[in-house]
Design a protein. Structure first.
Length: 308
């Protein structure tokens, strides 16, 4: 997805799984609403112009949120190395993912991004020295097979935008790994503000090469709605973490695939073929297994530490 949940360091006192799960599903719906509107307005507007205008709206919204919560007192945190690296990865993600989204079915682009956990497992093993057992490794292999079924590199539908969608998996994974390095004391709103400012600036630079087309009132309204939908998604993500433990709600992230399939069919008339549907099923199934497996491993480590 083009939106990116901020780093959140909250911990719920009680695990309200029902409300937490509902909040997660609503957050995923808000992200898909944003992607759907971007895809619609992208039929007439250049990418850079869209990012610049939408980004300006997001900057206003996030700055207001940061001011209301007192986060602006810690604005120097935005210039830390970890936040800067995450911001660069986020800008790259936004450009490659939206480039792919504008030229391929929304469900396909969304499903490919759900393979991010597999990339994180591989990168964590390579760069962070984390141990990966045969079960998780098997899930990773199955998940990547699902990506190949969605992308279909041997078919006539394969093009450079399919590669952009795959590239977004790696930029998102890099962004999420870097996010782990951001201290919990850094307010989430400042991380989001850094991203919004950088994307807006990137869009402005891109317009120098693409050109600028005067916006209609409708297009301006749609881009404002995109910014609001991202803010709503962020709000529900924060609410999710406050209501329930991450391990409880993480599987509900995959509701984004259901929302994207519905949006693709209702708005764009897209119906994935059987091969793509099989790939989407493999990605979702392997991803859910990976989440459950990691949850069990963390529980075992916690028990081991307490007993030690």
């Amino acid at each position: 997805m083009s939106a990116n949940p901020p780093a959140i360091a909250a911990h719920p006192g009680e695990d309200d799984a029902l409300r937490g799960g509902a909040s997660m599903a609503l957050a995923m719906l808000a992200f898909i609403i944003n992607d759907t509107m971007i895809k619609l307005v992208g039929m007439s507007l250049p990418l850079g112009e869209m990012l610049m205008v939408r980004g300006a709206f997001v900057v206003v919204i996030v700055t207001s949120l940061a001011a209301a919560t007192g986060a602006l007192k810690h604005i120097r945190c935005m210039f830390s190395r970890a936040v800067g690296l995450r911001t660069m990865a986020d800008v790259a993600t936004t450009f490659v993912y939206l480039s792919a989204l504008l030229h391929m079915p929304i469900a396909n682009a969304t499903a490919i991004n759900q393979a991010v956990p597999f990339v994180i497992v591989v990168l964590s093993a390579i760069f962070l020295g984390e141990r990966v057992g045969i079960r998780r490794l098997s899930a990773v292999v199955v998940g990547f097979c699902g990506v190949l079924l969605v992308v279909k590199p041997a078919s006539s539908d394969f093009n450079v935008y399919s590669l952009f969608a795959v590239a977004s998996m790696f930029t998102i994974s890099l962004r999420d790994i870097v996010t782990r390095r951001i201290p919990a004391a850094v307010p989430s709103s400042l991380v989001a503000l850094s991203n919004a400012l950088a994307v807006t600036l990137g869009g402005a630079v891109y317009t120098m090469f693409e050109g600028w087309r005067p916006l209609t009132v409708t297009e301006t309204g749609v881009l404002l709605a995109c910014a609001v939908s991202i803010a709503v998604a962020y709000t529900f993500m924060v609410l999710t973490v406050r209501l329930a433990h991450v391990a409880t709600t993480a599987p509900l992230r995959y509701t984004v695939i259901v929302w994207s399939l519905l949006a693709g069919f209702v708005v764009f008339g897209d119906i994935p073929d059987l091969t793509a549907l099989a790939g989407i099923a493999l990605i979702a199934g392997s991803g859910l297994y990976t989440l459950v497996r990691e949850r069990r491993l963390k529980a075992r480590r916690a028990v081991s530490l307490r007993s030690g």
